[in-house]
Design a protein around this ligand. Structure first.
Ligand code: MG
Length: 381
């Protein structure tokens, strides 16, 4: 047995940042951003990083009491078995562990994660600027437009804004201003309802949206459990795409959407499913069903990197090259105030993320941030 791959230690890095100005979506405002990174080290000195999202006290306690004692002394090469056991206790911890162990296996072979997976098909993957449009003050719409302008000046050519948190009329007024700012300049627009509407209100939106050339998709207008209503919406003759699935947990749940023809674009999140391997399998399934896949990834820079790796390894969606075409679907890019976006530095230029080539994840975690934002252990809400 090669002892180099035996897990010797796991260090956790719970990080918290309290927002001065909370922002949010139809589900409410975020008062803080958090991040839970951890580093797995083997006897041979190989390191791999994992990330998961949940309330930090829950994660810290779970890691100290159960996840770390379980992992110590196990072989990284048994990733599938380890992740399958962990997911019975805490699905999100399992997702993070799957990242760390994948990185170590890649490093051990001297390969990048994408090489381990069979090689990149795309050296760059488009990303869209993702906004949390609401804030509690009267000036929320102006604030939203200001952020949008900034993202456009940074070169993003795809953006996503929120609806569903205000009245239909107030949201419409905001979206019209967004559209004026985009001004038919070739910037793609997605709107996200965060499951706020019933079918009747979704149809009210749909009649408007169907005229908008720039609309990339309407995301989760209705609760995802209303699969029949999604099927009705898609069969109503509208030509815009319907997207969703960020909170689904496994391939089985995605299969139901895919098999029923309820979605044009699925949006799995690497932190919400059973790990990196399941995530990749779901993205591959979308290709088998002829459905687009645009990964959801709003809660962590390491997870976002794994979403980019996966997308970089997917076969092209479209054969059409050139201006305005989409060879590979975009990945979400959090542009809100969140220092943890810088933890895993990725080169983004003109709305495209360049996929690192080095061994493992190919980038260094920005360790100074780990000290600067370390959670003090205080219970927060
Ligand atoms: Mg969403």
């Amino acid at each position: 047995m090669n002892h180099d791959y035996i897990i010797e230690r796991v260090d956790t890095y719970p990080l918290l940042y309290r927002l001065e100005q909370p922002y949010g979506d139809a589900n409410g405002y975020k008062a803080y951003r958090s991040c839970f990174l951890f580093k797995v080290t083997t006897r041979g000195g190989m390191e791999g990083w994992g990330e998961c999202i949940d309330w930090l006290p829950t994660l810290q306690k779970g890691f100290e009491g159960r996840v770390i004692p379980y992992l110590l002394g196990k072989s990284v090469k048994d990733r599938t078995q380890l992740v399958n056991t962990l997911k019975k206790w805490h699905r999100r911890a399992a997702a993070g562990v799957s990242m760390a162990l994948t990185e170590i296996v890649a490093r051990g072979a001297g390969l990048s994660v994408t090489d381990l997976w069979g090689g990149k098909v795309h050296d760059q993957v488009p990303v869209y600027a993702s906004f949390q449009s609401y804030s509690a003050d009267q000036g929320w719409a102006d604030r939203s437009l200001y952020r949008l302008e900034r993202a456009l000046s940074e070169g993003f050519s795809m953006v996503k804004v929120k609806v569903g948190g205000r009245s239909y009329e107030e949201d419409r007024a905001h979206i019209e201003k967004v559209r004026s700012l985009l001004n038919g300049g070739g910037v793609g627009l997605a709107i996200d309802g965060n499951e706020s509407y019933d079918l009747a209100t979704t149809r009210k939106w749909a009649r408007e949206l169907d005229q908008w050339e720039e609309l990339m998709w309407f995301e989760e207008p209705m609760p995802m459990k209303l699969k029949e209503d999604y099927k009705i919406l898609r069969r109503s003759g509208y030509s815009f795409a319907v997207a969703g699935g960020e909170n689904l947990l496994n391939a089985n749940q995605f299969l139901q959407l895919l098999g029923d023809g309820a979605m044009d674009i699925i949006q799995p999140d690497v932190q919400h499913v059973d790990g990196v391997d399941t995530f990749r399998a779901i993205c591959g399934l979308a290709r088998d069903f002829g459905v687009r896949v645009s990964p959801h990834t709003f809660d962590g820079a390491l997870s976002r990197l794994y979403a980019l790796f996966t997308q970089a390894c997917l076969p092209s969606w479209s054969k059409m090259e050139g201006e305005g075409s989409m060879i590979i679907e975009p990945v979400e890019w959090d542009v809100m105030e969140n220092p943890f976006n810088r933890l895993v530095p990725i080169d983004v230029k003109n709305g495209k993320a360049y996929i690192p080539d080095g061994a493992g994840i190919g980038v260094e975690v920005y360790r100074e941030l780990l000290d600067a934002y370390r959670w003090d252990g205080e219970v927060y809400r």
